[in-house]
Write a protein that binds this ligand. Sequence first.
Ligand SMILES: Nc1ncnc2c1ncn2[C@@H]1O[C@H](COP(=O)(O)OP(=O)(O)OP(=O)(O)O)[C@@H](O)[C@H]1O
Ligand SMILES: [Mg+2]
Length: 255
Amino acid sequence: MSQRKKLYEGKAKILYQGPEPGTIIQHFKDDATAFNAQKHEVIEGKGVLNNRISEHIFIQLDNLGIPTHFIKALNMREQLVQEVDVIPIEVVVRNFAAGSLVKRLGLEEGTHLPRTLVEYYYKDDELGDPMISEDHITTFGWATPQEIEEISGLALRINDFMCGMFSAVGIRLVDFKLEFGRVWEEEAMRIVLADEISPDNCRLWDVKTGDKLDKDRFRQDLGGLLNAYQEVAARLGLITRESQGGTSGPVLIKN
Ligand SMILES: Nc1ncnc2c1ncn2[C@@H]1O[C@H](COP(=O)(O)OP(=O)(O)OP(=O)(O)O)[C@@H](O)[C@H]1O
Ligand SMILES: [Mg+2]
Protein backbone atom coordinates (compact mmCIF):
# COMPACT_ATOMS: atom_id res chain seq x y z
CA MET A 1 0.00 0.00 0.00
CA SER A 2 1.32 3.42 -0.87
CA GLN A 3 1.51 5.93 1.96
CA ARG A 4 -1.23 8.47 1.69
CA LYS A 5 -2.41 11.13 4.03
CA LYS A 6 -5.74 10.68 5.71
CA LEU A 7 -7.51 14.04 5.76
CA TYR A 8 -10.73 13.09 7.53
CA GLU A 9 -12.56 10.04 8.74
CA GLY A 10 -16.34 10.38 8.91
CA LYS A 11 -19.06 7.92 9.78
CA ALA A 12 -19.35 6.40 6.31
CA LYS A 13 -16.27 7.54 4.40
CA ILE A 14 -12.60 8.34 4.69
CA LEU A 15 -11.01 11.19 2.75
CA TYR A 16 -7.38 10.81 1.64
CA GLN A 17 -5.16 13.35 -0.04
CA GLY A 18 -5.38 12.85 -3.82
CA PRO A 19 -2.50 12.53 -6.29
CA GLU A 20 -2.82 16.12 -7.54
CA PRO A 21 -3.30 19.27 -5.47
CA GLY A 22 -6.99 20.02 -5.09
CA THR A 23 -8.02 16.39 -5.41
CA ILE A 24 -9.07 13.91 -2.76
CA ILE A 25 -9.83 10.22 -2.64
CA GLN A 26 -13.22 9.34 -1.19
CA HIS A 27 -13.13 5.86 0.37
CA PHE A 28 -16.49 4.23 1.15
CA LYS A 29 -16.50 2.24 4.41
CA ASP A 30 -18.86 -0.57 5.42
CA ASP A 31 -19.96 1.24 8.58
CA ALA A 32 -23.67 1.97 9.00
CA THR A 33 -24.65 4.59 11.56
CA ALA A 34 -27.94 6.18 12.55
CA PHE A 35 -29.34 8.59 15.12
CA ASN A 36 -26.17 10.67 15.09
CA ALA A 37 -23.95 7.56 15.38
CA GLN A 38 -25.65 6.24 18.54
CA LYS A 39 -26.42 3.12 16.51
CA HIS A 40 -23.50 1.59 14.63
CA GLU A 41 -22.83 -1.63 12.75
CA VAL A 42 -20.44 -2.84 10.08
CA ILE A 43 -22.26 -4.27 7.07
CA GLU A 44 -19.77 -5.99 4.81
CA GLY A 45 -20.13 -4.90 1.20
CA LYS A 46 -22.14 -1.72 1.82
CA GLY A 47 -19.23 0.57 0.91
CA VAL A 48 -18.70 -1.15 -2.44
CA LEU A 49 -22.38 -0.76 -3.34
CA ASN A 50 -22.60 2.88 -2.23
CA ASN A 51 -19.43 3.75 -4.13
CA ARG A 52 -20.82 2.19 -7.32
CA ILE A 53 -24.32 3.67 -6.98
CA SER A 54 -23.02 7.14 -6.13
CA GLU A 55 -20.49 7.04 -8.98
CA HIS A 56 -23.28 6.09 -11.41
CA ILE A 57 -25.58 8.91 -10.28
CA PHE A 58 -22.81 11.54 -10.29
CA ILE A 59 -21.78 10.55 -13.85
CA GLN A 60 -25.40 10.84 -15.02
CA LEU A 61 -25.75 14.24 -13.33
CA ASP A 62 -22.51 15.40 -14.93
CA ASN A 63 -23.93 14.36 -18.33
CA LEU A 64 -26.89 16.64 -17.62
CA GLY A 65 -24.56 19.57 -16.99
CA ILE A 66 -24.91 19.56 -13.21
CA PRO A 67 -21.52 20.48 -11.72
CA THR A 68 -20.20 17.82 -9.33
CA HIS A 69 -16.95 17.06 -7.50
CA PHE A 70 -16.64 13.65 -9.20
CA ILE A 71 -13.51 13.13 -11.34
CA LYS A 72 -13.20 9.37 -11.83
CA ALA A 73 -13.72 5.95 -10.32
CA LEU A 74 -10.56 4.43 -8.84
CA ASN A 75 -11.54 1.02 -7.51
CA MET A 76 -14.42 -0.84 -5.84
CA ARG A 77 -14.43 1.44 -2.81
CA GLU A 78 -12.80 4.65 -3.94
CA GLN A 79 -13.33 7.57 -6.24
CA LEU A 80 -11.20 10.58 -7.09
CA VAL A 81 -13.02 13.86 -6.45
CA GLN A 82 -12.27 17.54 -6.51
CA GLU A 83 -11.56 18.94 -3.08
CA VAL A 84 -14.21 21.51 -2.18
CA ASP A 85 -14.99 23.82 0.72
CA VAL A 86 -18.08 22.07 1.97
CA ILE A 87 -20.94 24.46 2.67
CA PRO A 88 -22.07 23.43 6.18
CA ILE A 89 -25.64 22.77 5.14
CA GLU A 90 -27.47 19.52 4.46
CA VAL A 91 -30.02 20.08 1.72
CA VAL A 92 -32.97 17.71 2.00
CA VAL A 93 -35.39 17.28 -0.91
CA ARG A 94 -38.72 15.62 -0.16
CA ASN A 95 -41.39 14.26 -2.49
CA PHE A 96 -43.32 12.14 0.03
CA ALA A 97 -43.62 12.46 3.81
CA ALA A 98 -41.21 10.31 5.84
CA GLY A 99 -38.72 10.49 8.69
CA SER A 100 -38.46 13.71 10.68
CA LEU A 101 -41.13 15.46 8.58
CA VAL A 102 -43.68 12.87 9.71
CA LYS A 103 -42.66 13.32 13.37
CA ARG A 104 -42.58 17.12 13.24
CA LEU A 105 -45.86 17.72 11.44
CA GLY A 106 -47.81 14.59 12.32
CA LEU A 107 -48.25 13.57 8.70
CA GLU A 108 -48.93 10.02 7.62
CA GLU A 109 -45.79 8.33 6.27
CA GLY A 110 -45.95 8.15 2.47
CA THR A 111 -48.27 11.15 2.00
CA HIS A 112 -47.57 12.69 -1.42
CA LEU A 113 -46.50 16.26 -0.75
CA PRO A 114 -48.43 18.97 -2.65
CA ARG A 115 -45.11 20.06 -4.11
CA THR A 116 -41.44 19.18 -3.73
CA LEU A 117 -40.09 20.48 -0.45
CA VAL A 118 -36.50 21.69 0.01
CA GLU A 119 -35.27 21.90 3.61
CA TYR A 120 -31.95 22.97 5.10
CA TYR A 121 -30.14 21.56 8.14
CA TYR A 122 -27.02 22.98 9.76
CA LYS A 123 -24.23 20.36 9.51
CA ASP A 124 -23.20 20.02 13.15
CA ASP A 125 -23.26 16.60 14.78
CA GLU A 126 -22.95 18.05 18.29
CA LEU A 127 -26.12 20.07 17.75
CA GLY A 128 -27.83 17.13 16.02
CA ASP A 129 -27.97 18.85 12.60
CA PRO A 130 -30.78 21.31 13.47
CA MET A 131 -33.22 22.47 10.79
CA ILE A 132 -32.58 26.04 9.65
CA SER A 133 -34.23 28.56 7.33
CA GLU A 134 -32.74 30.54 4.44
CA ASP A 135 -32.66 33.47 6.83
CA HIS A 136 -30.39 31.57 9.24
CA ILE A 137 -28.11 30.66 6.33
CA THR A 138 -27.68 34.28 5.21
CA THR A 139 -27.67 35.77 8.72
CA PHE A 140 -24.78 33.55 9.81
CA GLY A 141 -23.02 33.84 6.45
CA TRP A 142 -23.03 30.14 5.58
CA ALA A 143 -24.13 31.03 2.05
CA THR A 144 -25.31 34.13 0.18
CA PRO A 145 -28.88 34.55 -1.13
CA GLN A 146 -27.54 33.95 -4.67
CA GLU A 147 -25.81 30.76 -3.55
CA ILE A 148 -28.98 29.49 -1.86
CA GLU A 149 -30.92 30.16 -5.04
CA GLU A 150 -28.34 28.25 -7.06
CA ILE A 151 -28.23 25.38 -4.56
CA SER A 152 -32.03 24.99 -4.39
CA GLY A 153 -32.23 25.17 -8.21
CA LEU A 154 -29.61 22.42 -8.52
CA ALA A 155 -31.35 20.35 -5.82
CA LEU A 156 -34.64 20.49 -7.75
CA ARG A 157 -32.95 19.56 -11.05
CA ILE A 158 -31.23 16.64 -9.33
CA ASN A 159 -34.58 15.60 -7.87
CA ASP A 160 -36.26 15.69 -11.31
CA PHE A 161 -33.54 13.50 -12.79
CA MET A 162 -33.45 11.05 -9.88
CA CYS A 163 -37.25 10.71 -9.70
CA GLY A 164 -37.22 9.67 -13.37
CA MET A 165 -34.21 7.39 -13.05
CA PHE A 166 -35.66 5.52 -10.07
CA SER A 167 -39.25 5.43 -11.31
CA ALA A 168 -37.99 3.76 -14.52
CA VAL A 169 -36.82 0.83 -12.37
CA GLY A 170 -39.89 0.64 -10.12
CA ILE A 171 -38.50 2.68 -7.23
CA ARG A 172 -40.13 5.69 -5.59
CA LEU A 173 -37.74 8.46 -4.57
CA VAL A 174 -39.27 9.57 -1.26
CA ASP A 175 -36.54 12.00 -0.15
CA PHE A 176 -32.78 12.48 -0.11
CA LYS A 177 -29.94 14.61 1.30
CA LEU A 178 -27.34 16.56 -0.65
CA GLU A 179 -24.17 18.46 0.22
CA PHE A 180 -22.63 21.21 -1.88
CA GLY A 181 -19.21 22.85 -1.86
CA ARG A 182 -17.32 25.75 -3.37
CA VAL A 183 -14.40 25.42 -5.77
CA TRP A 184 -12.25 28.27 -7.04
CA GLU A 185 -11.04 28.27 -10.61
CA GLU A 186 -8.73 31.23 -11.12
CA GLU A 187 -10.82 34.12 -9.82
CA ALA A 188 -14.20 32.47 -10.31
CA MET A 189 -16.02 30.47 -7.68
CA ARG A 190 -18.38 27.63 -8.55
CA ILE A 191 -20.87 25.67 -6.49
CA VAL A 192 -20.64 21.92 -7.07
CA LEU A 193 -22.48 18.89 -5.75
CA ALA A 194 -20.20 17.02 -3.31
CA ASP A 195 -20.31 14.05 -0.93
CA GLU A 196 -22.39 11.06 -2.17
CA ILE A 197 -25.83 9.99 -3.33
CA SER A 198 -26.58 6.43 -2.22
CA PRO A 199 -29.24 4.44 -0.34
CA ASP A 200 -27.51 5.74 2.83
CA ASN A 201 -28.92 9.20 2.20
CA CYS A 202 -31.99 8.57 0.05
CA ARG A 203 -35.34 7.01 0.95
CA LEU A 204 -36.18 4.53 -1.80
CA TRP A 205 -39.38 2.48 -1.75
CA ASP A 206 -40.34 -0.31 -4.10
CA VAL A 207 -43.30 1.08 -6.09
CA LYS A 208 -45.26 -2.21 -6.06
CA THR A 209 -44.61 -3.59 -2.58
CA GLY A 210 -43.66 -0.44 -0.67
CA ASP A 211 -40.55 -2.27 0.60
CA LYS A 212 -37.84 0.03 1.90
CA LEU A 213 -34.61 -0.22 -0.09
CA ASP A 214 -32.52 2.24 1.94
CA LYS A 215 -30.89 2.93 5.30
CA ASP A 216 -34.28 2.93 7.07
CA ARG A 217 -33.85 -0.88 7.07
CA PHE A 218 -30.98 -0.29 9.51
CA ARG A 219 -32.59 2.60 11.45
CA GLN A 220 -35.79 0.59 11.95
CA ASP A 221 -34.12 -2.81 12.51
CA LEU A 222 -35.83 -4.30 9.47
CA GLY A 223 -32.75 -6.35 8.47
CA GLY A 224 -31.71 -7.12 4.90
CA LEU A 225 -29.88 -3.85 4.30
CA LEU A 226 -27.28 -5.36 1.99
CA ASN A 227 -29.92 -7.19 -0.08
CA ALA A 228 -31.86 -3.94 -0.43
CA TYR A 229 -28.79 -2.00 -1.61
CA GLN A 230 -27.97 -4.85 -4.01
CA GLU A 231 -31.51 -4.67 -5.35
CA VAL A 232 -31.11 -0.95 -6.05
CA ALA A 233 -27.75 -1.54 -7.76
CA ALA A 234 -29.14 -4.45 -9.81
CA ARG A 235 -32.17 -2.46 -10.98
CA LEU A 236 -29.88 0.36 -12.06
CA GLY A 237 -27.87 -2.22 -14.06
CA LEU A 238 -24.75 -1.85 -11.92
CA ILE A 239 -24.44 -5.43 -10.67
CA THR A 240 -25.58 -8.69 -12.20
CA ARG A 241 -28.68 -10.45 -10.90
CA GLU A 242 -26.84 -13.78 -10.57
CA SER A 243 -24.43 -12.20 -8.15
CA GLN A 244 -27.26 -11.21 -5.81
CA GLY A 245 -27.51 -13.47 -2.80
CA GLY A 246 -24.66 -15.61 -4.11
CA THR A 247 -21.88 -16.79 -1.86
CA SER A 248 -19.20 -14.86 -3.68
CA GLY A 249 -20.77 -11.42 -3.15
CA PRO A 250 -21.96 -8.96 -5.76
CA VAL A 251 -20.20 -8.73 -9.10
CA LEU A 252 -19.80 -5.18 -10.31
CA ILE A 253 -20.56 -4.37 -13.94
CA LYS A 254 -17.92 -2.04 -15.27
CA ASN A 255 -18.75 0.90 -17.54
N1 LIG B 1 -15.35 16.97 -2.43
C1 LIG B 1 -15.21 17.09 -1.12
N2 LIG B 1 -14.24 17.86 -0.58
C2 LIG B 1 -14.11 17.97 0.76
N3 LIG B 1 -14.92 17.37 1.65
C3 LIG B 1 -15.91 16.61 1.17
C4 LIG B 1 -16.12 16.43 -0.24
N4 LIG B 1 -17.20 15.62 -0.41
C5 LIG B 1 -17.64 15.31 0.83
N5 LIG B 1 -16.88 15.90 1.79
C6 LIG B 1 -17.02 15.76 3.25
O1 LIG B 1 -16.41 14.53 3.59
C7 LIG B 1 -17.05 13.91 4.66
C8 LIG B 1 -17.52 12.54 4.21
O2 LIG B 1 -17.48 11.65 5.23
P1 LIG B 1 -18.78 11.03 5.91
O3 LIG B 1 -19.95 11.08 4.99
O4 LIG B 1 -18.36 9.74 6.48
O5 LIG B 1 -18.98 12.13 7.03
P2 LIG B 1 -20.04 12.09 8.17
O6 LIG B 1 -19.61 11.21 9.27
O7 LIG B 1 -21.38 11.89 7.55
O8 LIG B 1 -19.86 13.53 8.75
P3 LIG B 1 -20.48 14.87 8.31
O9 LIG B 1 -21.46 15.16 9.39
O10 LIG B 1 -19.31 15.81 8.25
O11 LIG B 1 -21.11 14.63 6.95
C9 LIG B 1 -18.22 14.81 5.03
O12 LIG B 1 -17.83 15.66 6.10
C10 LIG B 1 -18.42 15.64 3.76
O13 LIG B 1 -19.00 16.89 4.03
MG1 LIG C 1 -21.88 11.94 5.54
